[in-house]
Design a binder for this molecule. Structure first.
Ligand SMILES: [Zn+2]
Length: 468
C-alpha cells in the first residue's frame, strides 16, 4: 500500500515558495553545453547543484572532471539491505536561437498560470530539480532515504555526451547499482502519465561538397563545371523515396519488426491526431508508408536534414557558382540498429550517388544507440505504482522518438536496467523557443519520486539484477 507521508507533505507545502525560487535560480544559469562561451556557466551550474546536494545531506558530492563539462556525483548509501538506484538527469540545455521567437528571455524564468517558461524548465533542469527537492524533503523529514541513491548529473547531454562513456567506464566500481532511473522523458498526449520503454538512437553526419578554391562567376563557368550546391541537393534528394522509405542499402536490416502485440499497444494509446496536427500548424502529416503516426515516431528509424548551407545567402543577387556546400544529416535509429554501422552505410551510399566534378566527403559527427526496457521489470512496475498513486491513473507505456544515448550507455557499460521516469508534459517546446514546464507535473513529480523510492524499498534487491 502507498501511504501518504504527512510530515513530508507538510514540509513540501511549507517550502513551496522557496522551492520555486530555487528552481528559477537553477534556470537562470545559461548552461548551453554546445557553445564554448558558456563553459563557465555549465561549471557554475554543476557547482550550484553540488552545493544543493550537500545542503540536503547527500554525501561524497563531487564536481567530477570529465575532460568536458563536469559530471555532478553524490550518494546516500545508508539504507542497509535496500536496493541502490542510480539517478540520472542532465543540467545542460540546448541553444536558444532564434531568440526573437521567445516571448520572454530564455534565462529569465517566468510563471504564467500553471507554467514556468524558460530554457531547461523541462529538459532537463526541471526534472533534475524535482529529484533534488524529493531528496531534500525525505532527508529533512525522515532523516534518511528509503533506498540507496547515487546521483549522476551530466553536463553534455545536449551536445552529444562526448565524455560521459569514458567517465562511466572509469567510475564503474563507484557506480554499481541495482538499476538506473533516468528522468529526461515526459508524459503522453493529454498529459497522461507515461513510462518510456524505448528510445531511439542517433547517427549524425555532415556532408561536405567541395568544388573550386573560391566561388566562380556563373556566367563564365556556368554549364561547364559541377555546382556543389546542386550536387548536394541531388544527394539529399536521393536519400529518401516518395514512400518515406530511406534508400540507403541495408539501412533497415537490423530493425526489430513490430509484432502484432506492439502494433495493438500503439493503436490503444490515447492519441488525438487531428489535435496533434493542429498544434503543429501544418497542412498534413507525412511519413513512411504502412505505419501509423505513433509507429513512425516511436518505432521506425528516420532520416532528416538538420541544416544546409552554401553559396550566397544575402539580400539581392550574386551570380556565382559556390565553392562549396554542406549539410548536416541525422538518422534516428531503433533497436537493434547500430550507429557506427548505419554511418558506414550512409557514407558508402552518399559516395556512390555523389555527382562527378566535385569532391564529396562524409564525416561522422555523433552516434548514440537505441534502447528497449522491459515493461514487466520490477523497477518499471514500482514506477508504475508510484505514478498511479500520485497522478490518479495508470501510466501508458510509450516508445519515445527522441534519443538519450546515456540510456544505452548505462545498459552497456554499467549493466544496469533503466527505468525512464519523466514528468514533462507533451508539446512543452523542448529544444525550441518558449520551452515550458507544467508546475503541477513538477510538484506531483516530487511526490511520485518519493513514492517510487518507497515502492523500490519493498523490492528484493536480488530480484532486480539485469537478466542475462
Ligand atoms: Zn534532455
Amino acid at each position: 500500500m502507498l501511504t501518504t507521508d504527512q510530515d513530508l507533505e507538510r514540509y513540501l507545502d511549507e517550502h513551496r515558495d522557496a522551492r520555486l525560487e530555487s528552481y528559477k535560480a537553477l534556470l537562470r544559469i545559461p548552461s548551453i553545453s554546445a557553445l564554448p562561451e558558456h563553459a563557465a556557466d555549465c561549471r557554475a551550474t554543476a557547482e550550484w547543484i553540488a552545493a544543493d546536494l550537500r545542503a540536503s545531506g547527500v554525501e561524497h558530492v563531487e564536481v567530477a572532471e570529465t575532460g568536458g563539462h563536469p559530471v555532478v556525483y553524490g550518494d546516500w548509501l545508508h539504507a542497509d539491505g535496500a536496493p541502490t538506484v542510480l539517478v540520472y538527469c542532465h543540467y545542460d540545455v540546448q541553444p536558444v536561437d532564434p531568440l526573437e521567437l521567445w516571448e520572454s528571455p530564455p534565462f529569465e524564468p517566468v510563471v504564467v498560470g500553471d507554467r514556468i517558461l524558460a530554457r531547461g524548465s523541462g529538459d532537463d533542469k526541471g526534472q533534475l530539480h524535482l529529484h533534488l527537492r524529493a531528496t531534500e524533503a525525505l532527508l529533512a523529514t525522515r532523516g534518511k532515504l528509503p533506498v540507496n541513491l547515487k546521483f549522476v548529473f551530466e553536463g553534455e547531454e545536449e551536445s552529444g555526451s562526448e565524455n560521459l562513456d569514458r567517465w562511466l567506464e572509469a567510475e564503474r566500481d563507484r557506480l554499481t547499482a541495482d538499476f538506473a532511473v533516468i528522468s529526461d522523458t515526459g508524459f503522453f498526449e493529454g498529459n497522461v502519465p507515461a513510462i518510456t520503454v524505448s528510445l531511439r538512437g542517433m547517427m549524425y553526419a555532415q556532408v561536405d561538397v567541395t568544388g573550386t578554391a573560391v566561388d566562380l562567376h556563373s556566367g563564365g563557368y556556368g554549364g561547364v563545371v559541377q555546382n556543389p550546391a546542386n550536387a548536394l541537393a541531388q544527394i539529399i534528394a536521393s536519400l529518401k523515396g516518395p514512400d518515406g522509405r530511406i534508400r540507403i542499402p541495408g539501412f533497415y536490416d537490423d530493425v526489430v519488426p513490430l509484432s502484432d502485440a506492439d502494433r495493438a499497444a500503439f493503436a490503444e494509446l490515447p492519441f488525438d491526431e487531428p489535435a496533434y496536427l493542429a498544434n503543429l500548424g501544418l497542412p498534413e502529416l507525412v511519413g513512411e508508408v504502412g505505419f501509423s503516426t505513433l509507429e513512425r515516431r516511436g518505432a521506425r528509424p528516420t532520416l532528416d536534414v538538420n541544416g544546409i548551407w552554401g553559396g550566397f545567402q544575402g539580400e539581392g543577387t550574386k551570380t556565382i557558382i559556390p565553392a562549396h556546400a554542406h549539410a548536416k544529416v541525422s538518422c534516428r535509429l531503433v533497436a537493434n540498429q547500430d550507429s557506427e554501422k548505419t554511418f558506414e552505410q550512409f557514407r558508402s551510399y552518399v559516395e556512390e550517388i555523389a555527382p562527378p566534378g566535385v569532391v564529396t566527403t562524409v564525416r561522422n559527427l555523433h552516434g548514440g544507440e537505441p534502447s528497449l526496457t522491459p515493461i514487466d521489470h520490477p523497477a518499471t512496475q514500482a514506477a508504475a505504482r508510484a505514478l498511479t498513486a500520485t497522478f490518479g491513473r495508470e501510466p501508458v507505456y510509450i516508445r519515445e522518438g527522441g534519443s538519450i544515448p546515456v540510456c544505452a550507455s548505462f545498459e552497456r557499460i554499467l549493466g544496469l536496467p533503466v527505468v525512464l521516469l519523466g514528468f514533462v508534459p507533451p508539446n512543452q517546446h523542448a529544444h525550441a523557443p518558449n520551452e515550458w514546464m507544467d508546475l503541477n507535473n513538477y510538484e506531483l513529480g516530487i511526490r511520485a519520486v518519493v513514492r517510487m523510492w518507497d515502492e523500490v524499498a519493498k523490492l528484493d534487491a536480488a530480484g532486480l539484477a539485469r537478466p542475462g
